[in-house]
Design a protein around this ligand. Structure first.
Ligand SMILES: [Zn+2]
Length: 305
């Protein structure tokens, strides 16, 4: 679904436009019919990488028709991704040793995100998220027995205790604290000197989005939220996050990095933040266009917020 208003940030990986047809996933005969249809297209992953072709700016996902597919890795399902107007989309995870002639090239999804068309980046993100989940959740969390993929790749079933397991998505909050004409960015402890971005952290059980946002800002930067507003979201399939983008008004408590997760925090005026976005700031590199932090900053700088 496209952003509903200009006040919602739009970011890579959020452009999957397929009709997921989730109600058809249990209908094995229908899925099989789609899978064998001449118009079906398969995207192929291997070790978290995705098969692509062409060179920028003409990069596209490599898609394979049925009957011309490399063998799947043992124990991996064929995933039904959904339908576009004329095409049923599937994804497989290829076995090792795939014929390079057949494959095009496998590449990491992260850098590809700005080169593929947004709808294809979204499809690739969905497929990667699902295969990573299958890879990491082979055993039943209730009884330890090996589970089996079912429901066209959207569920795992335990044959021993009958537990059903669904793909997990881990919500994380990512926020831009603002006060008057300034916004606050931080540098993660492992980041190079001069690289700064929005603050972020995983949500915890029993927390609302607003509470998680306020907690992360207080813990990481010592600033106190006075209001928190939703500004858009971004699937982040490395391996299974959903980034919830927020812009948060904070009071005038002095900001201070926690020195555990965050090495340094700094206020930027709207003018300085604009220079972070276009890469002309003298000393600091801002968030890359890959993540929703860039879109949050853009919203605030353009006063589209
Ligand atoms: Zn079980």
């Amino acid at each position: 679904m496209s952003p509903m208003t200009e006040r919602v940030a739009s970011a890579p990986f959020s452009g999957n436009q397929l009709d997921r047809l989730s109600a058809r996933r249990e209908d094995r005969a229908w899925i099989e019919l789609q899978r064998q249809s001449a118009s079906a297209r398969f995207v192929v992953l291997a070790d978290g990488k995705i098969c692509v072709e062409g060179t920028a700016p003409e990069r596209r996902l490599s898609t394979f028709p049925p009957g011309h597919l490399p063998p799947s890795a043992e124990g991996t399902p064929v995933v039904f991704l959904g339908c576009s107007e004329l095409t049923s989309w599937f994804a497989i995870s290829a076995a090792a040793g795939i014929d390079p002639e057949l494959a095009g090239g496998f590449e990491e999804l992260r850098p590809l995100a700005l080169e593929l068309p947004p709808e294809e980046t979204g499809i690739a993100a969905t497929a990667r998220h699902l295969f990573e989940w299958h890879r990491r959740h082979r055993f039943c969390s209730q009884c330890g027995h090996e589970t089996q993929a079912t429901s066209a790749g959207w569920k795992r079933l335990c044959p021993s205790c009958a537990a059903e397991h669904f793909p997990r998505t881990d919500p994380a909050v990512i926020m831009l604290p603002v006060h008057g004409d300034r916004c606050l960015l931080g540098r993660g402890r492992s980041w190079p000197e001069g690289r700064m971005s929005a603050l972020a952290g995983f949500m915890e059980p029993g927390e609302s989005i607003e509470q998680a946002c306020a907690r992360e800002m207080r813990e990481e930067a010592g600033v106190i939220a006075t209001s928190v507003r939703y500004a858009g979201s971004q699937p982040w399939p490395f391996p299974s996050s959903l980034m919830i983008g927020l812009i948060a008004e904070v009071d005038d408590t002095p900001a201070q990095a926690d020195l555990e997760e965050i090495a340094e925090v700094r206020w930027f005026t709207r003018d300085e933040a604009g220079r972070l976005l276009d890469g002309t700031h003298e000393t600091v590199q801002g968030p890359t266009p890959l993540g929703i932090a860039h879109a949050l900053l853009e919203l605030w700088v353009n006063q589209a917020w």
